[in-house]
Write a protein that binds this ligand. Sequence first.
Ligand code: UD1
Ligand code: MG
Length: 465
Amino acid sequence: MTGKSGTGKTATDKTGRSSLTIVLAAGEGTRMRSSVPKVLHPVAGQSLLAHVLGAAPKGTGASLAVVIGPGHDAVTAEVKRLRPDAATFTQHERLGTAHAVLSARDAIVGGADDLVGVFGDTPRISSAKFERLRAPLKKGAALAVLGFRAADPTGYGRLLVEGGRLVAIREQADASPQERAIGLCNAGVMAFDGRQALAIIDKIGHANSKGEYYLTDAVSIVRDLGLEAVVIETSEDEVRGINTKAQLAEAEQVMQARLRKAALDAGVTMIAPETVYLAADTSFGNDVTIEPFVVIGPGVSIADGAVIHSFSHIVQASIGKHASVGPYARLRPGTSLGEGVRIGNFVETKAATLEAGAKVNHLSYIGDAHVGEGANIGAGTITCNYDGFSKHKTEIGKGAFVGTNSSLVAPVKIGNGAYIGSGSVITKNVPDDAMAVERSQQTTREGGAARYREMKTRGKTPKSG
Ligand code: UD1
Ligand code: MG
């Protein structure tokens, strides 16, 4: 379907119209009391910005612009990581939300059927809500505003509705006592008819108590032009913005409840779901079990029949079918476990691929490593991957057996079917099917223990030999 505005852009999303979404992310987030820009703080393992960009219109005909504060290069990097097609604009001075939108003027003049403005700090917004908001534009409205009934409206812009029509938004600081009594508030998400958006926003002035260019003034301008502005209502929960760490924690709680329910609905077995932390992008196969007190960070996939035992911490890892992890395992980024792999207690892995059936059952560090099919890594094995300057790789062959308490000093290769004696410090490659033992000879003195005890009980110091 083609957009009807004649902008020349083709749209294929559910609305049938092309769109430009402008995400305002230029705020300092002073109230977060953090050196990290507000929109980069995480909820369910993803930045606030990632949640908003995930919900924003996407696909053919949906373009995206993000307005960023000066010097916030990390925000630019996050945008590029998530949506390489997005344009970024710097708002050099914070002169208000309309000024922020106009920082993306170059994108706006490109033209789209719908121009959508959203704040970067409302992580619970859903893509369905964007679609609902854009629907009235198709029917001829010039502007649609997302509104909600606030439990406590203090601080929000109030939506002034007359005869069923939205006539203005009054910011808290400029509102009369009667207007302050209004419970219907501006969520901060707006959709303009793209053909008229720039002309409307360009008319916005700064004659208000803060001297800022308020995007919300677009409503009265639309009315003065004889055009139609409408309100689409949603729940307060969905549009709650994050301004403080307390609000961040609250959003996390709500998001976790949602993710746990979705996992249970998808068939994941959780004995105590309220103790399990998931990420927004965690993916599960069939018949996965997660025991209590497991923390799963971003980028984790868990295949059919895998079991994650209690107290495990997993980030950016793929867990193969019927694998068993923990209790007390730590899987760090770049871990890939094949089918039936067993990772036991107090085992840490990083940038490590373990092929099907490999076992690391106790107390080990396997980093920058490749472990072949069916290899058995004994308790206390350490891949010594770092020499103080750079990281090196350890390769352990198929069916190899590494005895307990061995140090594998990388770069090093252990061949297929090779055997490493316990307590070895391996610094040289071991060929296939070889046995390597690196430790000093054992000395045994017959009766030595008995003589030692006798001397100690007589208060004498033992003689050597
Ligand atoms: C804004 C709305 C208000 C609404 C409320 C919802 C305006 C004028 N007011 O008020 O009606 O009820 O949000 O939470 O729009 N920003 C920039 N550059 C600027 C100013 C703001 O990027 O120059 C960004 C901020 O980082 C933030 C967003 O825009 O993400 C909103 O700005 P904020 O100052 O928080 O506006 P509010 O006073 O909360
Ligand atoms: Mg705000």
